[in-house]
Design a protein around this ligand. Structure first.
Ligand code: NAD
Length: 246
């Protein structure tokens, strides 16, 4: 086991859990963060090197306390993966303000709060940040005003982080996944959306959690030591086609 560590939000399932498993395989200790305490502890069972800590990333006090706990137990934070996210697929005129705020609270405020809390620790080890956005942040659509806008903001926040933190040797990058069969996608992808994605994606399929995790872990590693401020679409070629989002 190396002494390196990673902190992954939204780690109880989906892309966050796959990322945790890959980091562990590469020998890092991993702080698994999720607001669903029960699912988190179930997922962490038997994962050697994992430290599950329940926390809502949209709550400043919880984020501060959790980061203190993780830094205290690990002694260092080498990578921050801002992966926790929620989705809502509605157009502007049908999105109520409470839903808009809920999506922004996790997807955007959460990235802001987690980054502020972790940056002092990342600076001491010249660490890395990876933010998980979405192809919905690269393209507009007739749906998902809150989700897409939050993810577009995360893409900009990544560039901001890269600009601010480069002097300290801290890199910040973004991964924009295409559709992946997780609980999040199952809740919002109608059969019509699924069919349209299959047609629009050059590789003609949904991605898998582990395929997104590979890109995240690479960007956190020294193998990506001269890459910062970038958004990498891991989307089966969708963004390259110019076809509209279903
Ligand atoms: P998922 O729903 O399977 O997992 C998300 C996890 O985040 C859950 O365990 C949930 O409890 C946790 N979470 C949500 N809000 C939180 C909060 N405020 N604080 C702490 N934990 C919170 O979803 P997923 O598909 O694995 O999504 C992971 C990331 O990937 C998200 O940011 C999502 O927007 C992005 N993404 C997913 C897809 C897709 O098709 N699945 C596509 C593009 C981008």
């Amino acid at each position: 086991m190396t002494e390196k560590t990673a902190l992954v939000t939204g780690a109880a399932r989906g892309i966050g859990l796959a990322t945790t498993q890959l980091f562990l395989k590469e020998g890092r200790r991993v702080a698994m963060i999720d607001r669903d305490a029960e699912a988190l502890h179930q997922s962490a069972e038997g994962l050697e090197g994992a430290l599950p800590v329940a926390c809502d990333v949209s709550d400043p006090d919880q984020v501060a306390a959790m980061t203190r706990q993780v830094a205290g137990e690990f002694g260092r934070i080498d990578a921050l993966v801002n992966n926790a996210g929620v989705a809502d697929f509605r157009p502007l005129e049908e999105t109520d303000f409470a839903t808009w705020r809920q999506v922004m609270a996790t997807n955007l405020d959460g990235v802001f709060l987690m980054s502020q809390a972790a940056i002092p620790h990342l600076k001491t080890v010249r660490g890395a940040i990876v933010n998980v956005a979405s192809i919905s942040g690269l393209r507009a659509s007739t749906l998902r005003v809150a989700y897409g806008t939050s993810k577009a903001a995360v893409i900009h926040l990544t560039r901001q982080q890269a600009a601010e933190l480069g002097d300290h040797g801290v890199r910040a990058n973004c991964v924009a996944p295409g559709p992946v069969d997780t609980k999040l996608a199952l809740a919002v992808h109608t059969p019509q959306i699924r069919a349209a994605y299959h047609d629009a994606i050059p590789l003609n399929r949904y991605g898998q959690e582990a395929e997104i995790a590979e890109v995240i872990v690479f960007l956190c590693s020294d193998r990506a030591s001269y890459v910062t401020g970038q958004t990498i679409a891991s989307d089966g070629g969708f963004d390259a086609t110019g076809v509209g989002l279903p």
